[in-house]
Design a protein around this ligand. Structure first.
Ligand SMILES: [Zn+2]
Length: 353
């Protein structure tokens, strides 16, 4: 460790000696985070493609948090898997790591990760430099982990960045949702309200959840919902502001959605179960489908059809409930270009043809 600091001082000295104008840049460059890309078939593979086995796509290993669509998962002490669960490319993301409760370090930078790309890599402190920067650009020495690596339970990850896409993704931090894709119809039974989930369904669903999530966390949705007259499960009781706040928080804090493809009806929801039909998975990206999407979320947090947390109620000739609120805010999001996923950034336009 002493030797390292000593050599850093020598390097600093050299730069001062040979160039006065951009010393700081050059010193920073020396300890800039490693930069990687997962943007080709050579440096990454793609999840949720048509030739992937359904039991892989619906496995527990593919569970992700909506607040961490760039998912970094320790495989062993020295290896991590980096995956993008969003259906669009993400550029210029910095991966942050917290090791054994110490300050976050900038572990590496992703110049570009393709939509639904995944790749394993060694920790940069195992293979490369031992000197990293924390989030305040102060140097951190991780040489103690070079040979041992880090126990998989002693490290956690986050991502950060400054572009518009990343700033939108960071707003989803308020959501506790974990997402697993699920096949509710393994035998293709024509007598139930499900159909076998396909890779294409999963790809589109991954965008639907992001777009629904960004509406729920928006101030506009929250205020409109808290101002709405909401009727409880008995069909008559008007929820108080505190009860509406509780319902709103229950949406944000819902821990799990097991997402699958619905048949015959437009949607199915309850507890962790969440399904949408073909027309919803097809339409959500270009037009408002809030009447169905919000209805099922109402079921997921425990409301029945007597409450307008599912079907709206006509009150003084106005349609009132969570669905009309969702539809109004969806329209604002379309008009303002505020959704995270759209037909321009979604990576397989044929999924919506
Ligand atoms: Zn219903």
């Amino acid at each position: 460790m002493i030797k390292r600091i000593f050599s850093a001082v020598i390097i600093l000295g050299l730069f001062i000696a040979c160039s006065k104008s951009d010393d700081d840049d050059k010193v920073e460059e020396k300890i800039a985070p490693k930069e990687v890309s997962f943007d080709t078939n050579q440096n990454s593979t793609l999840m949720f493609q048509d030739d992937e086995a359904l039991d892989v796509m619906t496995s527990e290993a593919r569970i992700y948090s909506i607040s961490q669509v760039i998912r970094v998962k320790p495989i062993d002490e020295k290896t991590i898997e980096v995956s993008n669960f969003a259906p669009f490319d993400i550029e210029d993301a910095t991966i942050l790591a917290t090791i054994e409760g110490n300050a976050q370090v900038q572990l590496f930078k992703i110049k570009k990760i393709r939509a639904h790309a995944t790749q394993t890599m060694k920790y940069p402190f195992v293979e490369g430099t031992s000197v990293f920067l924390d989030v305040e650009n102060k140097k951190v020495d991780l040489s103690q982990y070079k040979t041992t690596g880090v126990a998989t339970t002693k490290i956690s990850f986050d991502f950060t960045g400054e572009n518009e896409t990343i700033l939108k993704l960071k707003k989803l931090k308020a959501l506790k949702w974990t997402i697993k894709y699920h096949n509710y119809d393994p035998n293709n039974d024509p007598n139930n309200n499900w159909m076998p989930t396909t890779a294409k369904d999963i790809r589109r669903f991954s965008g639907l959840m992001l777009n629904m999530g960004i509406v729920f966390v928006s101030d506009n949705f929250k205020q409109a919902f808290l101002n709405e007259q909401i009727i409880g499960n008995d069909g008559t009781t008007v929820l108080t502001l505190a009860e509406k706040e509780k319902a709103y928080n229950n949406i944000l804090n819902h821990a799990r959605f097991n997402c699958g493809k619905v048949d015959k009806v437009s949607g199915l929801g309850g507890g962790a179960t969440l399904g949408y039909a073909e027309h919803i998975l097809h339409d959500y990206i270009s037009k408002d489908a809030g009447d169905i999407t919000a209805h099922e979320i109402g079921h997921c947090i425990g409301f029945n059809h007597d409450s307008n947390m599912t079907y709206p109620k006509m009150i003084n000739n106005v349609s009132v409930g969570i669905s009309p609120v969702m539809s109004r805010i969806n329209k604002e999001f379309f008009a303002g270009g505020l959704f995270i996923v759209n037909l321009q950034n979604y990576y397989k336009s044929s999924d919506f043809q």
